[in-house]
Design a protein around this ligand. Structure first.
Ligand code: ZN
Length: 159
């Protein structure tokens, strides 16, 4: 099943998502959801997707990375580098708009994977950028809130 992606200015995109109970990750219902969420991201040509973008206010993100799908549940970002980088970003929830956003170059991620196992790793560059963009969604933040300069499309109203 492919979910419908909510687009700005849908109010759901501005809400804070709740943590997932780790014991629930392996339930058939959650497993099905994680598969469908991954399929939705791939079908829509996204390199990342956060559950609130499909109207589910849970702290779950999926990332397309090196031909694989990375599922991160309840992600926490620490050890954010002092060094930041400016690169272009877009978002499935803000179609047609691209812009430059400053993000930490490197950070440390703690999360649970789709098997309910705790994972910890360092991410840098593009992967770190995608993770920061998706975790922002979990807190109701969109890239257009942080954009330095629009490179394609028109800046939408953010209120
Ligand atoms: Zn996005």
């Amino acid at each position: 099943m492919i979910y419908k992606i909510l687009t700005h200015p849908n109010k759901e995109l501005r809400k804070k998502s709740q943590k997932v109970l780790v014991a629930e990750i392996c339930t058939p219902e959650k497993q099905k959801f994680l598969i469908n969420m991954s399929k939705t991201m791939i079908t829509k040509d996204g390199i990342g997707l956060a559950a609130p973008q499909i109207g589910v206010l849970k702290r779950i993100i999926t990332i397309a990375y090196k031909d694989k799908v990375l599922v991160l549940i309840n992600p926490i970002l620490t050890k954010k580098s002092w060094l930041k980088e400016v690169e272009e970003e877009g978002c499935l929830s803000v179609p047609g708009v691209y812009g430059l956003v400053k993000r930490h170059h490197k950070l440390f991620v703690t999360a649970y994977n789709e098997q309910g196992k705790k994972v910890e790793f360092e991410a840098k560059g593009l992967l770190a950028r995608i993770i920061q963009h998706e975790v922002d969604h979990l807190d109701g933040v969109l890239f257009i809130d942080k954009v330095i300069k629009i490179t394609q499309g028109v800046m939408p109203e953010t209120q």
